[in-house]
Design a protein around this ligand. Structure first.
Ligand code: FES
Length: 254
Protein backbone atom coordinates (compact mmCIF):
# COMPACT_ATOMS: atom_id res chain seq x y z
CA UNK A 1 0.00 0.00 0.00
CA UNK A 2 1.35 3.40 -0.83
CA UNK A 3 0.71 5.71 2.08
CA UNK A 4 3.88 7.69 1.56
CA UNK A 5 3.96 11.40 1.00
CA UNK A 6 6.01 13.35 -1.49
CA UNK A 7 7.76 16.45 -0.25
CA UNK A 8 5.40 16.79 2.73
CA UNK A 9 2.32 16.95 0.46
CA UNK A 10 -0.85 14.85 0.59
CA UNK A 11 -0.47 11.06 0.74
CA UNK A 12 -0.47 9.48 -2.72
CA UNK A 13 -3.68 7.55 -3.26
CA UNK A 14 -3.30 6.23 -6.80
CA UNK A 15 -1.78 2.84 -6.04
CA UNK A 16 -4.49 1.75 -3.59
CA UNK A 17 -7.47 3.53 -5.08
CA UNK A 18 -7.42 2.83 -8.81
CA UNK A 19 -9.70 3.80 -11.65
CA UNK A 20 -12.47 1.41 -10.58
CA UNK A 21 -12.62 2.89 -7.10
CA UNK A 22 -12.59 6.42 -8.48
CA UNK A 23 -15.50 5.49 -10.78
CA UNK A 24 -17.38 4.02 -7.78
CA UNK A 25 -16.72 7.19 -5.80
CA UNK A 26 -18.06 9.35 -8.62
CA UNK A 27 -21.20 7.22 -8.85
CA UNK A 28 -21.81 7.69 -5.13
CA UNK A 29 -21.08 11.42 -5.20
CA UNK A 30 -23.52 11.91 -8.09
CA UNK A 31 -26.37 10.71 -5.88
CA UNK A 32 -26.22 13.82 -3.69
CA UNK A 33 -26.96 17.50 -4.40
CA UNK A 34 -23.91 18.43 -2.29
CA UNK A 35 -20.84 16.30 -2.86
CA UNK A 36 -19.78 16.43 0.80
CA UNK A 37 -22.95 14.50 1.67
CA UNK A 38 -21.27 11.44 0.12
CA UNK A 39 -18.57 11.31 2.79
CA UNK A 40 -20.09 8.49 4.84
CA UNK A 41 -20.59 6.20 1.81
CA UNK A 42 -17.09 7.05 0.58
CA UNK A 43 -15.58 6.02 3.90
CA UNK A 44 -17.38 2.68 3.57
CA UNK A 45 -16.01 2.43 0.01
CA UNK A 46 -12.51 3.02 1.39
CA UNK A 47 -13.06 0.21 3.91
CA UNK A 48 -14.20 -2.09 1.10
CA UNK A 49 -10.80 -1.56 -0.53
CA UNK A 50 -8.48 -1.36 2.47
CA UNK A 51 -10.36 -3.20 5.21
CA UNK A 52 -10.05 -0.06 7.34
CA UNK A 53 -9.67 3.70 6.88
CA UNK A 54 -6.02 4.66 6.64
CA UNK A 55 -4.53 8.13 6.33
CA UNK A 56 -4.36 7.43 2.61
CA UNK A 57 -8.05 6.51 2.59
CA UNK A 58 -8.94 9.80 4.25
CA UNK A 59 -6.81 11.66 1.71
CA UNK A 60 -8.69 9.86 -1.09
CA UNK A 61 -12.06 10.99 0.32
CA UNK A 62 -10.79 14.53 0.74
CA UNK A 63 -9.58 14.66 -2.86
CA UNK A 64 -12.81 13.25 -4.27
CA UNK A 65 -15.02 15.58 -2.24
CA UNK A 66 -13.00 18.79 -2.16
CA UNK A 67 -12.72 18.63 1.63
CA UNK A 68 -9.71 19.03 3.87
CA UNK A 69 -8.20 15.91 5.38
CA UNK A 70 -9.01 17.36 8.80
CA UNK A 71 -12.72 17.48 7.89
CA UNK A 72 -12.62 13.86 6.75
CA UNK A 73 -10.67 12.78 9.83
CA UNK A 74 -13.21 14.46 12.11
CA UNK A 75 -15.93 12.21 10.69
CA UNK A 76 -13.86 9.03 10.29
CA UNK A 77 -12.70 9.12 13.90
CA UNK A 78 -16.18 9.89 15.30
CA UNK A 79 -18.11 6.84 14.10
CA UNK A 80 -17.15 3.42 15.45
CA UNK A 81 -18.06 1.69 12.18
CA UNK A 82 -14.95 3.23 10.60
CA UNK A 83 -11.95 1.23 11.71
CA UNK A 84 -8.55 2.86 11.94
CA UNK A 85 -6.73 -0.47 12.10
CA UNK A 86 -6.91 -3.33 9.56
CA UNK A 87 -9.94 -5.38 10.41
CA UNK A 88 -9.32 -8.93 9.32
CA UNK A 89 -11.61 -10.99 7.12
CA UNK A 90 -14.44 -10.64 9.63
CA UNK A 91 -15.62 -8.20 12.26
CA UNK A 92 -17.17 -9.87 15.31
CA UNK A 93 -19.25 -7.46 17.42
CA UNK A 94 -20.51 -8.66 20.80
CA UNK A 95 -23.30 -6.62 22.32
CA UNK A 96 -22.44 -5.70 25.91
CA UNK A 97 -25.17 -3.10 26.36
CA UNK A 98 -27.49 -3.41 29.33
CA UNK A 99 -29.91 -6.18 28.36
CA UNK A 100 -27.40 -8.37 26.52
CA UNK A 101 -24.87 -7.84 29.32
CA UNK A 102 -27.40 -9.05 31.89
CA UNK A 103 -28.35 -12.01 29.70
CA UNK A 104 -24.76 -13.19 29.25
CA UNK A 105 -23.19 -10.76 26.75
CA UNK A 106 -20.44 -9.66 29.12
CA UNK A 107 -19.53 -13.29 29.81
CA UNK A 108 -19.54 -14.07 26.07
CA UNK A 109 -17.23 -11.16 25.32
CA UNK A 110 -14.84 -12.12 28.12
CA UNK A 111 -14.81 -15.74 26.98
CA UNK A 112 -14.04 -14.74 23.38
CA UNK A 113 -11.29 -12.39 24.53
CA UNK A 114 -9.64 -15.24 26.40
CA UNK A 115 -10.29 -17.80 23.67
CA UNK A 116 -8.86 -15.62 20.89
CA UNK A 117 -5.98 -14.16 22.90
CA UNK A 118 -2.44 -15.45 22.76
CA UNK A 119 0.40 -16.06 25.23
CA UNK A 120 -2.03 -15.80 28.11
CA UNK A 121 -3.14 -12.27 27.14
CA UNK A 122 -6.80 -11.73 26.22
CA UNK A 123 -7.61 -10.20 22.84
CA UNK A 124 -8.45 -6.51 23.33
CA UNK A 125 -11.24 -4.40 21.89
CA UNK A 126 -10.66 -3.91 18.13
CA UNK A 127 -7.70 -6.26 18.15
CA UNK A 128 -7.31 -8.94 15.50
CA UNK A 129 -6.90 -12.70 15.88
CA UNK A 130 -4.81 -13.88 12.94
CA UNK A 131 -3.29 -11.72 10.24
CA UNK A 132 -5.48 -9.13 8.49
CA UNK A 133 -5.75 -10.02 4.82
CA UNK A 134 -5.60 -13.75 5.51
CA UNK A 135 -8.56 -16.10 5.59
CA UNK A 136 -9.95 -16.65 9.06
CA UNK A 137 -8.60 -13.45 10.57
CA UNK A 138 -11.08 -11.53 12.66
CA UNK A 139 -11.38 -8.36 14.68
CA UNK A 140 -13.23 -8.59 18.00
CA UNK A 141 -15.09 -5.65 19.45
CA UNK A 142 -17.65 -4.98 22.15
CA UNK A 143 -20.61 -3.04 20.83
CA UNK A 144 -23.47 -0.93 22.10
CA UNK A 145 -27.07 -2.06 21.61
CA UNK A 146 -27.38 -3.88 18.29
CA UNK A 147 -31.16 -3.36 18.17
CA UNK A 148 -32.07 -6.97 18.82
CA UNK A 149 -32.71 -6.88 22.57
CA UNK A 150 -35.60 -9.35 22.23
CA UNK A 151 -33.07 -11.94 21.06
CA UNK A 152 -30.40 -11.23 23.68
CA UNK A 153 -27.63 -11.98 24.00
CA UNK A 154 -26.67 -11.30 20.40
CA UNK A 155 -23.52 -10.84 18.42
CA UNK A 156 -22.93 -9.88 14.84
CA UNK A 157 -20.41 -10.98 12.25
CA UNK A 158 -19.98 -8.32 9.58
CA UNK A 159 -23.28 -6.87 10.88
CA UNK A 160 -25.26 -10.10 10.36
CA UNK A 161 -27.06 -11.40 13.44
CA UNK A 162 -26.34 -14.45 15.54
CA UNK A 163 -29.16 -14.44 18.10
CA UNK A 164 -29.64 -16.05 21.51
CA UNK A 165 -25.96 -16.80 21.94
CA UNK A 166 -24.19 -18.67 24.72
CA UNK A 167 -20.50 -18.71 25.59
CA UNK A 168 -20.25 -22.12 23.94
CA UNK A 169 -22.08 -21.17 20.72
CA UNK A 170 -19.97 -18.00 20.41
CA UNK A 171 -16.73 -19.97 20.79
CA UNK A 172 -17.92 -22.49 18.18
CA UNK A 173 -18.79 -19.60 15.85
CA UNK A 174 -15.39 -17.90 16.04
CA UNK A 175 -13.64 -21.27 15.71
CA UNK A 176 -15.58 -21.85 12.48
CA UNK A 177 -14.62 -18.38 11.21
CA UNK A 178 -10.95 -19.00 12.09
CA UNK A 179 -11.09 -22.25 10.02
CA UNK A 180 -12.37 -20.26 7.05
CA UNK A 181 -15.98 -21.45 7.34
CA UNK A 182 -18.93 -19.09 6.99
CA UNK A 183 -21.77 -20.28 9.22
CA UNK A 184 -25.20 -19.00 8.25
CA UNK A 185 -26.45 -16.18 10.49
CA UNK A 186 -29.65 -16.73 12.46
CA UNK A 187 -31.45 -14.49 9.95
CA UNK A 188 -30.69 -12.04 7.15
CA UNK A 189 -28.17 -12.38 4.37
CA UNK A 190 -25.60 -15.18 4.14
CA UNK A 191 -22.21 -14.44 5.63
CA UNK A 192 -19.60 -12.93 3.33
CA UNK A 193 -16.66 -10.90 4.62
CA UNK A 194 -16.05 -7.44 6.02
CA UNK A 195 -14.84 -5.85 2.77
CA UNK A 196 -17.78 -7.19 0.76
CA UNK A 197 -20.26 -5.89 3.32
CA UNK A 198 -18.53 -2.50 3.37
CA UNK A 199 -19.13 -2.18 -0.38
CA UNK A 200 -22.82 -2.81 0.21
CA UNK A 201 -22.90 -0.31 3.06
CA UNK A 202 -21.39 2.21 0.67
CA UNK A 203 -24.53 1.70 -1.41
CA UNK A 204 -22.99 -0.34 -4.22
CA UNK A 205 -25.30 -3.31 -4.69
CA UNK A 206 -25.22 -6.05 -7.34
CA UNK A 207 -27.09 -5.18 -10.55
CA UNK A 208 -28.11 -8.77 -10.96
CA UNK A 209 -31.48 -9.41 -9.24
CA UNK A 210 -30.72 -13.04 -8.41
CA UNK A 211 -27.42 -12.09 -6.81
CA UNK A 212 -29.12 -9.33 -4.85
CA UNK A 213 -31.83 -11.58 -3.45
CA UNK A 214 -29.48 -14.45 -2.61
CA UNK A 215 -26.38 -12.59 -1.43
CA UNK A 216 -27.55 -9.24 -0.03
CA UNK A 217 -31.11 -9.48 1.16
CA UNK A 218 -32.64 -12.12 3.37
CA UNK A 219 -35.54 -12.54 5.76
CA UNK A 220 -34.41 -10.59 8.81
CA UNK A 221 -37.45 -10.49 11.07
CA UNK A 222 -37.64 -12.84 14.02
CA UNK A 223 -40.80 -14.30 15.50
CA UNK A 224 -40.08 -12.53 18.79
CA UNK A 225 -39.74 -9.16 17.07
CA UNK A 226 -43.09 -9.23 15.32
CA UNK A 227 -45.06 -10.99 18.06
CA UNK A 228 -46.96 -7.82 18.99
CA UNK A 229 -47.87 -7.05 15.40
CA UNK A 230 -48.94 -10.67 14.89
CA UNK A 231 -51.18 -10.58 17.98
CA UNK A 232 -52.80 -7.37 16.73
CA UNK A 233 -53.37 -8.88 13.29
CA UNK A 234 -54.83 -12.10 14.76
CA UNK A 235 -57.26 -10.09 16.91
CA UNK A 236 -58.09 -7.54 14.28
CA UNK A 237 -56.76 -4.67 16.34
CA UNK A 238 -56.00 -1.47 14.51
CA UNK A 239 -54.62 1.85 15.61
CA UNK A 240 -57.13 4.74 15.78
CA UNK A 241 -57.01 6.91 12.68
CA UNK A 242 -54.81 9.97 12.90
CA UNK A 243 -56.75 13.26 13.14
CA UNK A 244 -56.85 15.12 9.86
CA UNK A 245 -56.05 18.58 11.16
CA UNK A 246 -53.09 18.60 13.45
CA UNK A 247 -51.64 22.06 14.03
CA UNK A 248 -47.92 22.09 13.43
CA UNK A 249 -45.78 23.53 16.21
CA UNK A 250 -44.22 26.88 15.54
CA UNK A 251 -40.58 26.64 14.63
CA UNK A 252 -38.41 29.24 16.24
CA UNK A 253 -36.20 31.15 13.86
CA UNK A 254 -32.55 30.48 14.58
S1 FES B 1 -28.85 -4.61 24.49
FE1 FES B 1 -28.00 -6.05 23.07
S2 FES B 1 -29.25 -5.81 21.32
FE2 FES B 1 -30.02 -4.32 22.69
Amino acid sequence: MSSDTTGGGAPRTGATFGEDTIADARELIARYPQSRSALLPLLHLVQSVEGHVSQEGMAFCAQQLGLSEAEVAAVATFYTMYKRKPCGEHLVSVCTNTLCAAMGGDAIYKRLQEHLGSDGAPLGHEEVAGTPGESGSLMLEHAECLAACDLAPVLQVNYEYFDNQTEQSAVELVDALRRGDKPHPTRGAPLSDFKTVERRLAGLLPDDDDEFWTEVDGPSQAVETVRGAQLAADRNWTAPPAPEDVPMPEVEAK
